[in-house]
Design a binder for this molecule. Structure first.
Ligand SMILES: [Zn+2]
Length: 279
């Protein structure tokens, strides 16, 4: 299915689901008013109040032991100079652009998409929204973020701020020390981990203003979207992704700012990043 067809299909599906939800929540008149304007009714916004100035590291430490997506080469490092030898330590590292906590640039899936050096700096600092599906992920390794999860977040915190970075928190980051548990390869030979649904990705592109999307798992797509539909929708719309995020469960659901330290590899499809959240 092509990118446009995917977006058209999931957007119409989402719209019909929104209609149902809004009718239930506020009656037909309120639903019509909401459809006419994307602005939430005043008083809907209710932010948490995190301690100002707190910095959260959303980055996994990267070593050869960090789990990698099948087909990729694990991180490795060779010492090329030592303090005992020539007076300074340096290593030559080998890394795939998609190992560890890393950015997916549009060029990862889109032929003429921006490479990682071309992502505007202004998009790498953004209001952070954390959507927690950890309760569902405990029972269902293939759980995905649905449009209703975004709407439930908005019921509590107000509409996603313009230019938001929206991250899925599934609790999966706590498995990263155990590659078998993190990759969770089933008897079917497939990886099973939480991710974004294409319908939620399309909702963010069509109905909201976002700069990017994150996951605390190894990919934005899981077995429920085997053709990487969420990647295609998000990267095809010029947004970027961040995979293998850590510690999202400790960050306020709303009110923090994310700083994505993407590398500027010319021609790069992405690359390892230091990612911080600041309240
Ligand atoms: Zn990637």
């Amino acid at each position: 299915m092509c990118n446009h067809a995917i977006i058209t299909h999931v957007t119409s599906t989402v719209r019909s689901r929104q209609l149902g939800r809004r009718a239930m929540l506020g009656g037909a008149l309120a639903g019509a008013a909401l459809l006419a304007s994307p602005v939430r009714p005043s008083g809907a916004r209710r932010q948490l109040a995190p301690r100002a100035g707190e910095v959260f590291d959303l980055t996994h430490a990267l070593s050869a032991a960090f789990p990698v997506y099948p087909g990729y080469t694990p991180f490795s490092a060779t010492v090329t100079s030592t303090i005992d030898g020539i007076g300074s330590l340096s290593r030559q590292v080998t890394l795939e652009e998609h190992v560890g906590t890393h950015v997916d640039a549009p060029a990862h899936f889109i032929g003429d998409g921006d490479d990682v050096s071309e992502i505007p700096a202004g998009r790498l600092v953004a209001p952070l929204a954390v959507i927690d599906i950890s309760a569902r992920a405990r029972d269902d390794a293939d759980a995905t973020v649905q449009p209703d999860d975004i709407l439930a977040w908005e019921d509590e915190h107000g509409e996603l701020p313009a230019g938001a970075f929206v991250a899925m928190s599934s609790g999966w980051d706590r498995r990263a020390d155990d590659p078998d548990a993190y990759l969770n390869i089933g008897e079917d030979g497939l990886l099973h981990f939480p991710a974004w649904s294409p319908s939620a990705a399309a909702f963010l592109i069509e109905e909201r203003d976002i700069v990017g999307v994150g996951v605390d798992t190894i990919s934005m797509d899981n077995t429920t979207s085997p053709f990487f539909e969420s990647h295609v929708i998000l990267l095809g719309a010029g947004r970027y992704g961040v995979e293998n995020l850590a510690a999202l469960g400790e960050v306020p659901a709303a009110g923090a700012t994310i700083v994505v330290g993407a590398p500027r590899f010319v021609g790069g499809s992405g690359g390892p990043a230091r990612v911080l959240a600041i309240t």
